[in-house]
Design a protein around this ligand. Structure first.
Ligand SMILES: [Zn+2]
Length: 168
C-alpha cells in the first residue's frame, strides 16, 4: 500500500470509522462510481454509503459529477476522491498533532516527575508531589522520582518523523 493510501485510510477513520474506510477503499478501486456501485464493492448498505459520502463531500475530500439519464430524466451522482484536498486535510491534521507533541515535549523537558509504584496510572510533577508531601494521592504510598528520558526520546522521535513527512 502506498504512503498516500495509508494516510487516506487513517483520515477516513475520522469520518465514520470502518464504514468510511470501506467506502474509500471501494472508491480507490473503482476510481469513479455511483453510490450503488460503491455499496456493492464495499459490501455496505446504500444508506450507510450515502451517509459516508456526504460527510466526505462536506469536507471536500471527494467530488461528484452529475449524470442525467436521458430515458428516465433522473440524475446519477458519480463520486471521486479529491486527492489534493485530502492531502491538504491530512497536512493540517498532522500539523496540529505536531504542535501538541511539541507542547508535550516542552512540558516533559521542563519538569521532573514522580510516580507511585503501586498505582501504574499515577504520574505527577515535582510541584504536584510537593502538594501532597510526596505521598500518592490515591493510595498514600511514597512517591519515587521517575526518569522521563524515555518519554522525551520517544516524543522527539515522533516529532522528527512527523516533521520530515510534512517537509516532503
Ligand atoms: Zn499510589
Amino acid at each position: 500500500m502506498s504512503a498516500f493510501n495509508e494516510e487516506l485510510l487513517k483520515a477516513s477513520k475520522l469520518f465514520g470509522g470502518e464504514d468510511a474506510t470501506k467506502v474509500i477503499k471501494a472508491l480507490q478501486k473503482l476510481v469513479e462510481a455511483a453510490d450503488d456501485e460503491i455499496a456493492k464493492e464495499a459490501d455496505l448498505s446504500l444508506n450507510i454509503v450515502r451517509k459516508v459520502l456526504y460527510k466526505l463531500y462536506d469536507h471536500s475530500l471527494i467530488t461528484c459529477t452529475r449524470e442525467r439519464n436521458d430515458q428516465t430524466g433522473w440524475y446519477t451522482f458519480r463520486w471521486q476522491i479529491q486527492r489534493s484536498q485530502l492531502d491538504a486535510f491530512i497536512r493540517i491534521k498532522k500539523r496540529r498533532i505536531l504542535e501538541k507533541l511539541r507542547t508535550r515535549l516542552k512540558f516533559e523537558k521542563e519538569h521532573s516527575f514522580f510516580i507511585c509504584k503501586k498505582c501504574p496510572d499515577v504520574r505527577v510533577t515535582f510541584e504536584e508531589a510537593i502538594e501532597t508531601a510526596f505521598r500518592c494521592g490515591k493510595c498514600g504510598d511514597q512517591y519515587v522520582s521517575s526518569n522521563n528520558e524515555y518519554a522525551v526520546d520517544k516524543l522527539s522521535g515522533t516529532i522528527e518523523k512527523l516533521q520530515k513527512e510534512l517537509n516532503n
